[in-house]
Structures are given as C-alpha cells and as structure tokens.
Design a protein around this ligand. Structure first.
Ligand SMILES: [Cu+2]
Length: 678
C-alpha cells in the first residue's frame, strides 16, 4: 500500500495579476516594504515614528511627477483638490465605510495608492495622506491597497486588533489601558465577553466577539469590497458567490456553537416582528463616544435618510420573485437566467449589493442597507446624534447576535434559489473507479479555551516624549487539539488520477435531540477542508492534518513580531512570513465547533471527486496553496462552493450508495479545560 501524505498547506496569497508595469526601479526588498507598512500602521493617532517616512509625509509632493501613476495622476488630483478645499473629514473622528461620503474619501485614497507604479510613490503617498486625512479612512484605504496592489504582494498586514484595538476590545479594557499609560504602569488586563450569565446569548459570545473571527470577517470584506470596480486593476472571481458562502459559513458555524451550548439555532430576522435580542456592546469609539445599545424586543422603525422598512420588503420580494421565475432582469431589461451554477454568483452580487450587481436600481442593496437599518435602531431618527452601531462596521458586526439573525434571513433567500436547482444525479456524482474504503479520525476531536494576549499600545494616545509602557489584554478563545483524517481510497482506473477531496461536518441532532435528515444536515454542513491529490493505481492512504486545512489561516503575527522579523531581514534574507500573507480564512482554532462534555455528535463526510473536471487551474496537486476564499486570480475549484452538498437532496440514498463518498459519525468534546498563559 502506498502511503500518501499531503504536503503541509502554506497559506500564501495567490499570485497577483500582472498589471503590465515595470518592477520597482529601485528594486525594494520585501523586508523594506514590510518595515514601511509596519510603521505606516503603527500609532496611527500620532506622528509617524520612522524618520524616513516622516520625511516623506512632510515634504513629498504627490502631484510633482505624474509619470509614477498608471492613470497619469487623475486620482491624486481629485484627492488633493478635496484636501485643499478642506472638504475631507477631520482627524479624531469616527469612520464608517457604510457612510457614503466617508467611503468616498477612503476610496479616493485607495484609488491613488492602487495607481502607484512603484513602491516609493506608494509609501510616499501613504505617509503624506496619513498625516492629513482621517485615521480610519487612512487605515481602511491602506489595508485594501496592500491586499490588492501587486507592489505589496508579500507584505503581511499587522493584526487590525492591534492597529485599531477600540473596534475589537471592550470599553473596560480601553479605560484600563488609558490608566496604565497615564500612570506609566505596565498592565495586562483580562478581557471578558459582554453581557452576564443572565443572558443566554453570553454562552456563544466567544464566537461573535472573537478577535480572529472578526479579523476573518473584516478581511474578507477587504478582499471582496462591495464597492470594487474592475477598472481599479482586476476582476474578483466569483465575488457574489463568495459573499454567499462566507456568510453562510458564519451562520452554520454559529448554529453549531449554539448547539454545543444547548441553545436553539438562530431564527431568521423578520422586518415586521420585534428584534428579539437587545445588545449592549460595551465598546467605545476612539473618538465619538460609546457604540449605541439596543434594548430587547424593539420594533423596526424607518431610518431617516437611509431606508424605510417598506422599501426593504419591496426589494426582498423582487429578489424572491426573481428566484421563483429563475431569471433576473438587468439594467437594460434583459433576462439573465439564474437556473444554473452561475446563478448564485449573480444573486450574491444583487443581495450584497456590489458594483457587480446587474441592476441596483431594481434589486437595491438588501444586505448593506439592512446592516445600517439594524445598526441604527437605537436612534433611527437621529435625535441623539449617536455614532454608528456595531452592525455598521465589519470589524464589530458579529458582536451583535442580531447579525446572525440578519444573515440567517439572507441565507434562507439563497437557499430558496439553491433548492430550486435540480438535484445532482447519481451519474453526475460518481467518480468511476474510485472508492473510499474507509474514513476515520486520528485523535479525539476535542476543543478547549485558552488565553491569548495582544497589545493595546495603539489604543492610547502618546507622544514621543513619554516612553511606552507595555499594555496588553488577554482574551479567552476557543482552540482544538490537533487531529488528522485517515482516508483509504482505492483507484481501480489502472492509472494515476487527480482527485479533489472535500471534507464536511454537520450537527447530527437539533437542540431537542431530534436527528436532522440528510437534506437538513447538508445545508448546515461546515466545510472543513478541500484539497487535490493524485491517486496511484490500487490502494492509497491519505493522511490530512487539521493544521493543513485549506479553509483556515494561522494567527496573524503581532506587531511586535512583524517589527522584529522585518528588521532582522533588512540586511538581507527572508523574513519568514510567507504563511501569513493572507488572513482571509477562518482562524484554524475555530476549525471545530466547541462541542460539549458528552460529545456533540457530528456527521463527518468525505467526497472524492474528479480533480481533472474540478480544477480551474493547473498543477493543484503539487501546489496545495489554496486560497480559501481569496480573490486574486481564478478560484481554483470549478465547482460551486459547497459542492456536492449545495443542492437539495430529496433522496439521501443517492449519496449513501456512492462509492466515492463516505459518511461517518463523530463526537466533538469539550471538557471545560481552560489553559491560562499568564
Ligand atoms: Cu459580512
């Protein structure tokens, strides 16, 4: 028997598109670029601490040499004009991407950065505008530019929770951090989740308030911005479908966490019924006061200047009509068929809505508008001049349990479409000659909590004259013990074949102990992994480790680590940061739902399908760099997200008799273990 061990997954971002301009004249090293980005994002509320960058901020003239821009300086002229006219949002003010004017300003800066043809122009502009624009707008524009510009291909962005800790931790910690700074006493503070034991939702706050989960969510929205236009540089492949898939996953994973904690799955939000759960965010803006709270059982009200509830209902019914008809109507009045694999992508663009939506006029922007409407329910008529709610920022949205109600509601619209497509036939699902003989898991599936420490130094004001003291917080977070899947596959084709291995799991029972049907279960399936393997003729033994999962990413390195690694590599050599280049996936710690003391039962399934037919790009088996949800270049899998479980299964026997499919039951345990690191 041939033992086949799949190579460790390395989470590099896929190659960026070549935009046809020259490499940097000065040939700047990756370490130098990392150094520059570290300093540009450090202490954003004060002066730039790197003398070279500070010099650029003071003396660079963005309009001096327009040959450095791919658009001949068009973008930079626009931004400079608004700057000179004092039209830009002041510093020391909150920033929300969902505010049209603020977004417009942030995007003007992004537009400048993405048009820069060399690194020096890129960082000089970044330094210059950091000193003159709103800090939130600056951070947002720079993050998105680093993610999408080919110039910044190997740069690792610092964790957003260290750049802008206010959006990730609670007010109590922030106050403690200020006291520590004022008294020059180093401090480490234990963070706790919002709410008390009186609130059942508190039991799953570790999910919605997890800094890694929030980083995943906000990073996805930066990889696939709803405002993206291809003329910036490239097309975002399957953006609408990715929108569906990533939020579907947040919803099903949250439900699995709820079942682990003896809570019912989330109910969908309903515009004409009260918002059952209130929410007190215990979160504060750096500038602009507390995030607004909302009591329980509030009835929806129209939000002045944003939308009426009636408009949302109209848009919803137009979308449901399109699904029932099987086509949408584009801007020109043409019918576009959605009864196919591409349909979900179009619907995703419509529901979010993104600039890819074929008809915003008619189908509106359900998701984005809903976020604002829900976020403003504490002050719908603007009587109290409250700042935006947590739902109006991708960094903070999942903190509010109503986020999941909202997304369950939209997920059910997507389900209506998926369920209208014909089920896969046995013939379509069969991979001739390939049999999965056995599937098992090495090691117990066990989760635990641990403390994780991160720096709050960027939360507090400071000046170069006052020395820094160490200020950090440690938060409890979910993790799991390492395990591996053992998959025994026979290949009777008499030759090597390329296969895609897809691994999913779903809860076996609901909160009342009633078994889910196959069709209910598969819609709640969590994608655990997806990879390509070449099978030799005869028996193959595939061992795939949990740490290799293609849908997850490791912890983002701290600012401290990024500074040290960049400085060490400046003299030459590799900073060794490759595996951290993308933070878009789910944190690997969250691969498994929490489970419980008795062991929460899950159905674990593996589907081994034809890799040759599935692969959208060449050489997938040699290169296990899988870009999870990443946007650069072509998405490597031709199949829809969730394949082959994405369509209705009226008869589960179709799956159970498939030789290239295996289905077992496993249990996920949590024995109440909490590892303290301090
Ligand atoms: Cu989102």
């Amino acid at each position: 028997m041939k033992v086949l061990v799949v190579l460790a997954f390395v989470a590099t971002a896929a190659a960026r598109p070549n935009l046809g301009f020259q490499a940097d004249a000065a040939d700047v090293s990756d370490a130098q670029k990392q150094h520059d980005i570290n300093f540009l994002l450090h202490k954003i509320y004060g002066e730039i601490r790197d003398p070279n960058l500070k010099g650029k901020a003071d003396s660079f003239d963005p309009e001096a040499d327009l040959s450095h821009y791919s658009d001949s300086g068009e973008a930079v002229h626009k931004l400079i004009r608004d700057l000179k006219d004092h039209r830009l949002l002041e510093q020391n003010h909150w920033f929300s991407l969902l505010s049209p004017r603020q977004r417009h300003e942030a995007l003007m800066l992004f537009d400048v950065l993405i048009r820069c043809k060399d690194w020096d122009t890129f960082v000089s502009n970044a330094a210059y505008f950091r000193q003159r624009m709103n800090e939130g707008e600056f951070v947002y524009a720079l993050y998105v530019a680093v993610i999408h510009s080919p110039l910044a291909e190997h740069v690792v962005l610092p964790p957003l929770y260290e750049v802008a800790p206010h959006l990730f931790t609670n007010s109590e910690d922030i106050e403690a951090a200020y006291r520590a700074k004022q008294t020059q006493t180093p401090g480490k503070f234990q963070s706790s989740f919002t709410g008390t034991k009186k609130n059942p939702e508190q039991r799953v706050a570790y999910f919605g308030e997890d800094i890694g989960m929030n980083t995943h969510h906000v990073t996805w929205h930066m990889e696939f911005p709803f405002w993206w236009q291809d003329e910036y540089s490239h097309h975002l492949d399957r953006k609408g479908e990715s929108f569906f898939w990533v939020h579907h996953h947040l919803a099903v994973r949250f439900d699995a966490e709820r079942l682990s904690n003896y809570l019912d799955p989330v109910d969908e939000l309903h515009w004409e019924k009260p918002i059952v759960q209130g929410f007190a965010p215990h979160t504060t803006y750096k500038y602009g006061g507390q995030f607004p709270s909302r009591p329980d059982n509030v009835n929806f009200e129209d939000v002045d200047g944003v939308a009426r509830i009636r408009d949302l209902l109209i848009v919803e019914s137009r979308i449901r009509d399109a699904i029932a008809h099987g086509y949408i109507i584009d801007k020109q009045g043409n019918r576009i068929d959605i009864m196919n694999e591409r349909g979900i992508d179009i619907l995703g663009d419509i529901i979010e809505s993104s600039m890819y939506s074929p008809n915003v006029q008619y189908y509106g922007a359900l998701h984005n508008t809903a976020h604002i409407v829900l976020g403003r329910q504490a002050d719908p008529h603007g009587k109290y001049a409250l700042p935006p709610g947590v739902l109006e920022h991708f960094e903070t949205a999942t903190r509010d349990p109503s986020f999941f109600r909202l997304h369950k509601y939209m997920d059910n619209i997507f389900k209506e479409h998926k369920d209208s497509l014909p089920p896969y036939s046995k013939e379509e699902l069969t991979f001739t000659g390939v049999n999965v003989e056995n599937l098992s898991v090495d090691g117990e599936l066990e989760t635990f909590f641990e403390d994780y420490e991160y720096s709050l130094i960027n939360a507090v004001d400071d000046t170069e004259e006052i020395a820094d003291v160490e200020i950090s917080t440690y938060v409890p977070r979910l993790n799991h013990k390492d395990f591996a899947y053992n998959i025994e596959v026979t290949n009777n084709n008499g030759k090597e074949v390329l296969t895609t291995v897809r691994i999913f799991a779903w809860p076996h029972r609901d909160n009342n102990g009633i078994e889910y049907t196959f069709d209910e279960g598969r819609w709640n399936a969590i994608e655990l992994d997806k990879f390509w393997v070449k099978l030799s003729p005869g028996s193959n033994h595939i061992v795939r480790k949990s740490s290799e999962s293609a849908v997850t990413v490791p912890d983002v390195p701290s600012f401290d680590t990024l500074f040290k690694k960049a400085e060490a590599a400046l003299g030459g050599g590799d900073a060794g940061l490759t595996e951290f280049e993308s933070a878009t996936g789910i944190p690997n710690r969250f691969l498994l739902p929490k489970g419980n003391e008795q062991g929460l039962e899950f159905d674990l399934v593996v589907a081994v399908t034809d890799g040759e037919a599935d692969a959208a790009v060449e050489g997938l088996h040699d290169n296990t760099d899988f870009i999870h949800y990443g946007s650069h270049g072509k998405y490597p899998d031709n199949r829809p997200h969730g394949y082959p479980l994405d369509r209705k299964v009226p008869d589960d026997r179709v799956f159970e008799v498939l030789p290239n499919f295996k289905h077992i039951q496993v249990k996920v345990f949590n024995h109440g273990e909490h590892i303290h690191h301090h």
